[in-house]
Design a protein around this ligand. Structure first.
Ligand code: CMC
Length: 432
């Protein structure tokens, strides 16, 4: 028998369907609530609202579980690759050999951007933030592929859009970096794989060819896998929201990049390093910063700490911490910010304020230290996150767009403003 929840409004009973997920998550379906009762549900910041049903990613924040399509994040990091995870997220299953080769070939085939786009980069000031450039460039890609902008695409057109985007965003990111350091753009090499090509486009110069070693490659692969999806977060929900108007995928992803930029979301990786550097410059006294974070009259937050969903630990942070030690050891880097980060973590984890609020290091706490060791500039960190998150955004857009009966996203509100009043002409308004 179908389970229901009983609701009583002003003495009248209503029965609402219960939806149960495959991992026993439970929801009350309120889709008919307003039509049947005149009431809506109020949940600013969506802490308690399921905006969709999805088969992509499962998170249990209390137990620290993160799975893509059923596969545990730690196992994927250990045994898979970012490209394989892209396929898994977007198409739902791990690829066969043949499917994987076709997928990689298709992505590789789009490793160039229109030559005209190069002049766009030159128009930005040298200090322009690469997230601003990336978001603008991704939206601008749509200009060059008008055939892919149709609201109703065939399966083939959708595949074409997806593979173009996957491939070109990495080129745009590398070019944004080159622009910021004032170096000539470097084209991809067909014999290199997705990530090696990205690093080549970033770090090869006319003076030296960059080839990452296996430890660096593995660390980047893991970072990108870890970033690849995180169900209904701020940027992914933005991609779904924009995509629900049937705006094209380039526009939806561009909006997602902007959402990710904020320091409470993906921008935290940049803010963490800036915070650690500030502590270092101030003599390394991290306890002062913990006190600042606890002070309710001070807007300062401990960046890289806390998460809306994880209330035990962030499994991504655990994995990253391990690779952080490995990469620094391997490259022989003695980064004082790593010691500060470890001290800060230890102090925060034993502090009552953080314990009571279940605030733990999140994915961004250690990722910046790895990116820095790889010589990626601080303002590029969130771009790296965006590259990693790309398959997740695409997977959610695809899932939504292919859902039968999909409707435009359109939340409601409770109006608390002035009630009806008459217009007063300017001359009669007086002064204050
Ligand atoms: N430092 C100090 N206090 C904090 C922090 C922090 N980093 N995070 C939350 N709190 C406090 C907050 O002030 C509140 O205290 P009180 O109950 O006394 O008012 C309590 O903890 C609950 O916080 P909240 O704002 O209701 O939590 P939220 O779920 O709305 O926000 C968050 C989640 C990630 C935005 C927040 O924890 C934060 O700002 N963290 C720092 C930024 C950061 O690291 N962001 C990256 C998140 S992981 C990457 C991603 O997936 O986006």
């Amino acid at each position: 028998m179908e389970k229901t929840a009983q609701l009583e409004i002003e003495g009248r009973p209503y029965s609402l369907p219960i939806v149960e997920g495959t991992e026993d998550e439970k929801a009350i379906d309120v889709q008919r609530l307003r039509a049947d009762t005149g009431y809506i549900t109020l949940d600013p910041s969506y802490g308690n609202t399921g905006a969709c049903v999805s088969t992509i990613t499962y998170i249990d924040g209390d137990k620290g579980i993160l799975r893509y399509r059923g596969y545990d994040i730690a196992e994927l990091c250990e045994r898979s690759t970012f490209m394989e995870v892209c396929f898994l997220l977007i198409y739902g299953e791990l690829p066969t050999d043949e499917e994987f080769s076709r997928f990689k070939e298709r992505v590789l085939a789009h490793s160039l951007i229109h030559e005209d786009m190069k002049s766009f980069f030159q128009s930005y000031p040298g200090h322009a933030h690469p997230m601003a450039i990336l978001s603008a460039m991704v939206c601008s890609l749509s200009v060059y592929h008008p055939q892919l902008l149709k609201a109703e695409q065939t399966g083939e057109e959708r595949e074409e859009t997806i593979s173009r985007l996957l491939s070109k965003v990495r080129v745009l990111a590398a070019f944004a970096y080159k622009r910021s350091v004032g170096e000539a753009f470097v084209y991809s090499r067909p014999e290199l794989d997705y990530l090696a090509n990205f690093l080549h486009m970033m770090f090869t110069t006319p003076m030296r060819t960059y080839e990452p070693d296996s430890v660096v490659r593995k660390a980047l692969d893991v970072l990108f896998i870890i970033h690849a999806d995180h169900e209904q977060n701020c940027s992914t929900s933005t991609v779904r929201m924009v995509g629900s108007s049937k705006a094209n995928l380039f526009a939806a992803i561009s909006a997602g990049i902007c959402a990710l930029w904020g320091p409470w979301h993906g921008g935290a990786n940049q803010s963490v390093i800036e915070m650690l550097e500030e502590i270092h410059m101030a003599g390394g006294n991290y306890k002062k910063f913990i006190e600042k974070a606890k002070d309710k009259n001070d807007p300062f937050r401990l960046m890289g700490f806390g998460h809306r969903v994880y209330k035990n630990y962030d499994p991504r942070a655990e994995i990253i911490k391990k690779y952080c030690d490995q990469v620094l050891d391997h490259l022989g880097i003695n980064d004082p910010t790593l010691e500060i980060a470890k001290g800060l973590e230890e102090a925060a984890l034993t502090d009552q304020y953080f314990i009571e609020r279940k605030l733990y290091p999140n994915v961004d706490f250690y990722s910046g230290i790895i990116y820095r060791a790889l010589q990626i500039p601080t303002n590029m960190f969130t771009v790296m996150f965006a590259l990693g998150r790309l398959p997740g955004w695409i997977a959610h857009w695809k899932e939504m767009i292919e859902e039968p009966g999909m409707r435009i996203a359109r939340p409601r509100q409770v109006y608390m403003g002035a009630t009806r009043r008459d217009y007063v002409p300017l001359a009669q308004r007086g002064s204050n």
